[in-house]
Design a protein around this ligand. Structure first.
Ligand code: IMP
Ligand code: MG
Length: 198
């Protein structure tokens, strides 16, 4: 156990084997992305669109470093069967509230792996004829990419490993770790080992 991780981040961090991207690195990179977005979209009042729930942390931090007027909205999705999921089909369980016809839309995503989910959602947004549609992703996992999706803003390339933290979960846990970390193998297998959790 890395004592310093535990001391700094508390009981939730006891399942972490290794910090892959630190809190400070994330903060610096998000600030850079915010500056680039502020410059590129000056005078355009873009709509930032995110998919709940993983994007919460990135969206909140990004919004705080963007220095131009923006609007924000969220989608929520549920996956169908495993088979449908493999085709990237998702069921929209919460749609946007802001009409995006003729608007500049920036799709903000925490992590892209195969790209199937993102591609499906981008097509759905494109049907509504926004003035422009670009993607900002913080964590890019290129190893399993099935579709070539242009990423206008990209935070970090991640190795082909399952990671948690900064919004990324394993069975809904660990989202609230402020860094990106690798779990210990025993934590990946078990459930309900965290203090106080059902
Ligand atoms: P894909 O790009 O369609 O394969 O789906 C990406 C989704 O898979 C993300 O929105 C996450 O919910 C999940 N995901 C991919 N990699 C990770 C990871 O390392 N940790 C946690 N969730 C992940
Ligand atoms: Mg996501």
């Amino acid at each position: 156990m890395n004592e310093s991780i535990l001391e700094r981040y508390g009981p939730l961090a006891k399942d972490i084997r290794e910090v892959v991207i630190s809190e400070e690195e994330i903060r610096r990179r998000v600030a850079e992305l915010g500056r680039a977005i502020s410059n590129d979209y000056a005078g355009k009042c873009p709509v930032l669109v995110g998919v709940l729930k993983g994007v919460l942390f990135l969206m909140a931090d990004l919004l705080r470093v963007i220095e131009i007027p923006v609007e924000v909205d969220f989608l929520a999705v549920a996956s169908y069967s495993a088979e449908a999921r493999n085709k990237g089909m998702v069921r929209l369980i919460k749609d946007l509230e802001i009409p995006i016809y003729g608007r500049h839309v920036l799709f903000v995503e925490d992590v892209i792996d195969t790209g199937l989910t993102l591609n499906y959602l981008l097509n759905s947004l494109r049907d509504r004829q926004p003035a422009s549609l670009e993607v900002c992703v913080l964590f890019n996992k290129p190893a399993h990419r099935l579709l070539d999706i242009p990423l206008r803003y990209k935070g970090f390339d991640l190795p082909d490993r399952f990671v948690v933290g900064y919004g990324l979960d394993l069975r809904e846990r660990y989202r609230n770790l402020p860094f990106i970390g690798l779990l210990k193998p025993e934590a990946v297998k078990e459930q309900g080992h965290l203090p106080g959790c059902p």
